[in-house]
Design a protein around this ligand. Structure first.
Ligand code: UDP
Ligand code: MG
Length: 341
């Protein structure tokens, strides 16, 4: 095996390569037609901004030529870092991989399908720099079908606003700017990327919204259908729980359990009085079953609360877990100063 020494000029050049100010995270799943356009539009906007930047393209197990195209682009551009998943782990995992590797002070997320417009980035960034931790794009004139996409989205946004206390018109818009610490401090699971602003709100963040352009999908197909609605609803319950009670499950489950057990015990006491003191038969009264059920449920909920307390401790102590597996990475760099701080 031959080893090559790095030429001095090259070493100087590498040393001089600045830590990026911006990290753009792009999840990609079968977007071969869009990639060349996206790359051109994105780099045009970023070059114009004049900050040092990196683009983190996460190939989420594409089965088309997406990775080959990215490989070719990355070969000619060190600022494009490509992370290739072994299989399709989903958009949330792709974001998580990008967030973990991002070295910039600001992390920008954008879809690969050109539905978001890279030309909106400067306005979002300016808003963020004026003193916000999260700036979300708001697709005021969204170009998606009404019944299957926009209508469920209106309801979902309203519900999420109510449940999480973070008031945004458009949670689903991928075009967002985050202060790096914000996204580095959150754990993402399932499909929770839609709730990043809400999850981040737990840290105490300033959130703003900026209207952005939205185009209909030109190439390829959407990866989601109407089935997403129920998943978002279930995720909402999770997020609500994580936001308000995850560190004190006993208070939630224990509360319900105590209430149920108390009502059940009171009923049983009353029924015992009827049977023993008044000597009336109680076997034919349905309320007997209800009383027993309430006590059993109550005890179970209390047990769940205790289990929850144990799990919470494990959850907060067992760190460094990943929800994805990487196949290969191009233009990979070592851990940045910011990451190891
Ligand atoms: N995406 C991904 N993994 C998936 C599904 C989607 O990386 O499993 C990417 C996709 O390539 C696109 C973005 O996430 O860049 C948003 O997906 P899509 O456009 O299908 O969602 P929609 O705009 O229809 O809500
Ligand atoms: Mg899209």
């Amino acid at each position: 095996m031959t080893t090559y020494a790095v030429a001095p000029e090259l070493r100087d050049l590498m040393a001089a390569a600045p830590e990026p100010y911006l990290s753009v995270v792009v999840p990609i799943y079968n977007e071969e037609e869009s990639i060349p356009h996206l790359y051109a539009q994105l780099t045009a906007v970023l070059d114009h901004l004049g900050h040092a930047y990196e683009i983190l393209a996460i190939d989420d197990g594409s089965r088309d030529r997406s990775f080959e195209l990215l490989r070719a682009l990355a070969g000619a551009d060190q600022r494009l870092r490509v992370i290739r998943f072994r299989r399709n782990f989903g958009q949330t995992a792709a974001f998580a991989a990008g967030f973990e590797r991002a070295r910039g002070e600001w992390v920008i997320t954008i879809d690969a399908d050109l539905q978001n417009d890279p030309r909106d980035i400067p306005a979002l960034l300016a808003k963020a720099e004026s003193g916000f931790d999260v700036v979300s794009g708001w697709r005021a004139r969204r170009q998606d079908p009404f019944l299957s996409r926009r209508f469920p989205s209106i309801i979902a946004n309203w519900l999420i606003s109510r449940a999480t206390g973070v008031h945004l018109h458009d949670y689903g818009c991928s075009l967002k700017v985050y202060r790096a610490e914000v996204v580095k401090n959150i754990d993402l699971y399932g499909e929770l990327h839609r709730f990043i602003p809400a999850i981040a709100s737990w840290q105490g963040v300033a959130v703003a919204e900026v209207p952005v352009n939205h185009a209909a999908r030109k190439y390829g197909r959407s990866k989601y259908g109407i089935g997403r609605t129920t998943r978002v609803l279930l995720d909402l319950i999770t997020v609500r729980f994580l936001l308000s009670y995850s560190t004190r499950p006993m208070q939630v489950f224990g509360g319900i359990g105590l209430l149920s057990a108390t009502i059940g015990s009171a009923l049983l006491l009353y029924l015992g009085y009827v049977r023993l003191v008044l000597s009336q038969p109680i076997a034919d009264r349905p309320i007997v079953l209800l009383a027993i059920l309430l006590v059993v449920i109550g005890v179970q909920f209390l047990g769940m609360g205790l289990l929850g307390e144990l799990i919470t401790r494990v959850y907060y102590e067992g760190r460094n877990r990943s929800i994805y597996v990487v196949r290969e990475e191009l233009n990979r760099t070592g851990p940045s100063k910011r990451q190891t701080e």
